[in-house]
Design a protein around this ligand. Structure first.
Ligand code: GRF
Length: 217
């Protein structure tokens, strides 16, 4: 069995989209399961959704730890027994140190709301509109110790429209996150996507399926 562990901090809409895809597409039949969802915030809305969907949840409250290192050791202690093959960051709002990233090297995925390597960091929609770009989107990538800097797995593209404000553009992008992220997570869990020598390996068919254009949905 391939185990997926999903890390959230809040709303958890990407977690829900992955869990729904897993049910709809019967990932269990391919030996892939969501072992648990972990939140660093006890009040994260995504935890309630996990309960509704019958998915095990774990809280590791970062506020209970004096240092980032102690917090990460507590997360590792909670995650390791689940024997994770893929760790999915889905709106997880804590910076991870090399200790955590190296411990799960090549197994941590993140989704960033921009077409990397453009617009790393926060406020991506506001900055895209200010820059006057005509396309924006989201990127699923392996997590490295460089913030938003790991090897790219898949991307989804949306237009930036003249009437957009950051919220409207974010809403358009989020709809595609919910299509792209489940595909990337499934491909990683099945070993169709791998990280080798710092580069992403996958066949052409898989790569094509991990590029999503807004007119597809
Ligand atoms: C998404 O916009 C994602 O790109 C970013 O954080 C947000 C998470 O939203 N990394 P949700 O908690 O999955 O609804």
């Amino acid at each position: 069995m391939k185990n997926i562990v999903i890390l959230i901090s809040g709303r958890g809409s990407n977690f829900v989209s992955i869990a729904q895809a897993a049910q709809r597409e019967n990932w269990l039949a391919d030996g892939v399961r969501i072992a648990a969802v972990l939140s660093n915030r006890p009040g994260a809305a995504g935890l309630e959704r996990a309960r509704e969907m019958g998915i095990d949840s774990i809280v590791v409250d970062h506020k209970l730890y004096a240092t980032r290192e102690e917090f990460e050791e507590a997360m590792i202690a909670a995650i390791d027994p689940l024997k994770p093959d893929v760790i999915v960051l889905a709106g997880f709002m804590r910076v991870l140190t090399a200790r955590f990233v190296d411990h799960y090297a090549g197994r941590i995925l993140n989704i960033h709301p921009a077409l990397l390597p453009l617009f790393k960091g926060l406020d991506t929609h506001e900055r895209a509109i200010a820059a006057g770009v005509r396309v924006h989107g989201c990127t699923v990538h392996y997590v490295s110790t460089e913030l938003d800097g790991g090897a790219i797995i898949g991307q989804a593209v949306v237009p930036v429209l003249p009437g957009d404000d950051p919220d409207r553009l974010a809403h358009r992008g989020l709809k595609l996150e919910h299509v792209l992220y489940p595909r990337c997570v499934r491909a990683a869990a099945l070993g169709k996507v791998r990280l080798e020598g710092g580069r992403v390996k996958m066949d052409d068919e898989t790569a094509a399926s991990l590029v999503v254009m807004s007119n597809e949905i």
